[in-house]
Design a protein around this ligand. Structure first.
Ligand code: UDP
Length: 361
């Protein structure tokens, strides 16, 4: 079999590139996807109790990039939603990211935003150079906050302490002195009204796009020839692990449906940095806005080295290895590597779309 364009993976990278090729270049595209569903790790579905869940963990779409927002808005209406996260610390549920409210609640204070700013400055440690994720927090909020909110959560998530991880990891979570308790502050924040999978279905619904599910490229390699390939899977597997295995983290979910109650917890996600073995609990109805008064489904997340890759571990040796693969990828003929696993980047959903919209076809 010979195809003009082969896209490996039907997640954000694959679906966006397929749509662009079909629409802007009028070219035919074959998308092969090893799972039995589209939408990659943004895939959502109704569980046996009729509750809409995200199969691979909570996905809250947020962006400041209007081009990305406009592109996706062609394929979905939106359920506008501002995510809020509480962290279970010292037996209290306090807002995360750190904000004036977090400081006031945790330390039983009644400070204004300006006073919180000075309070944080008085706790902050002088760090001459920010070299890792520990430096990021202690230089802004001091050691007590670092230890209560970040140190053990990070260990649960990565099996590494923050001092062994690139600063970018914890930079994802700002330290604020104001009273904004939202998890994200991007201008556009929402979930697709009919779900992520439906948004992807529409994106891929084009006469020049064909999607093959249950089709692992590594099993089909010998059977499909192409002029051009866009590969969105793990880069180390593509190169047959010739430089070694990149370290990834996977997540296992423990679901529970509770009956006779509308909600389990006050917000979409509660983080557990110091207690239990799970990192966080997400209650999907908060995110999706689904109206069900008599039941709710929650998911506890357990991070693990085993299982399908979700995250690349952003430690120095692992990033060095990833760069070696990136060098190989850069000279691979007729093949473009895009997305979290193919580029070993901790992309958010919108960043993947932005990356693909920026490709010259
Ligand atoms: N993090 C933490 N404590 C928290 C939340 C996050 O230490 O309560 C750190 C942790 O290292 C985590 C990183 O910040 O991996 C990024 O968190 P984010 O919520 O962005 O992770 P994601 O939703 O991508 O898993």
């Amino acid at each position: 079999m010979h195809v003009k364009n082969l896209v490996v993976g039907a997640g954000y990278a694959g679906a966006t590139i397929a749509r662009r090729l079909a629409e802007e270049k009028n070219e035919s595209v074959l998308v092969v996807e090893k799972h039995d569903h589209i939408a990659g790790h943004a895939h959502d579905r109704y569980d046996a109790n009729g509750v809409l869940i995200h199969e691979y963990g909570p996905h809250i779409f947020h962006t400041t990039d209007k081009a990305v927002w406009d592109f996706l808005s062609r394929f979905t209406e939106w359920h506008h939603y501002q995510h809020r996260v509480l962290s279970y610390v010292d037996g209290m549920l306090v807002p995360l990211p750190i904000s004036a409210d977090t400081v006031n609640q945790l330390y039983n204070l009644d400070l204004s935003a300006e006073e919180v700013e000075s309070w944080l400055a008085s706790k902050a440690e002088k760090v001459p150079e920010i070299r890792n994720s520990e430096d990021v927090v202690v230089s802004k909020a001091g050691r007590d906050i670092y230890e209560k909110f970040f140190k053990q959560y990070t260990y649960k998530q990565w099996e590494l302490y923050p001092d062994q991880l690139s600063p970018d990891v914890i930079k994802r979570i700002p330290v604020r002195s104001n009273r904004d308790t939202r998890y994200f502050t991007d201008r556009y924040q929402a979930l697709p009204k009919q779900g992520y999978t439906e948004m992807f279905r529409r994106m891929l619904d084009h006469p020049r796009i064909q999607v093959l599910l249950h089709a692992d490229w590594f099993d089909l390699k010998k059977e499909i020839r192409f002029d051009r390939m866009f590969f969105t899977g793990p880069v180390d597997r593509y190169f047959d692990y010739r430089e070694g295995h990149i370290r990834y983290r996977s997540v296992h979910f423990e679901y529970e449906t509770l009956y006779g109650r509308e909600f389990f917890q006050p917000v979409g996600t509660v983080n557990y940095p110091n207690d239990y073995d799970f990192t966080r609990i997400t209650e999907y109805k908060h995110l999706t806005g689904q109206k069900l008064t008599d039941r709710t489904t929650i998911a506890r997340e357990y991070s693990s080295a085993e299982g399908e890759p979700f995250y690349i571990v952003p430690s120095a040796p692992n990033l060095t290895l990833a760069r070696r693969y990136a060098d190989l990828a850069a000279v691979e003929r007729n093949t473009t590597f895009v997305g979290r696993l193919a580029e070993s980047r901790y992309y958010n959903m919108d960043q993947v779309v932005a990356r693909v919209l920026g490709l010259s076809l």
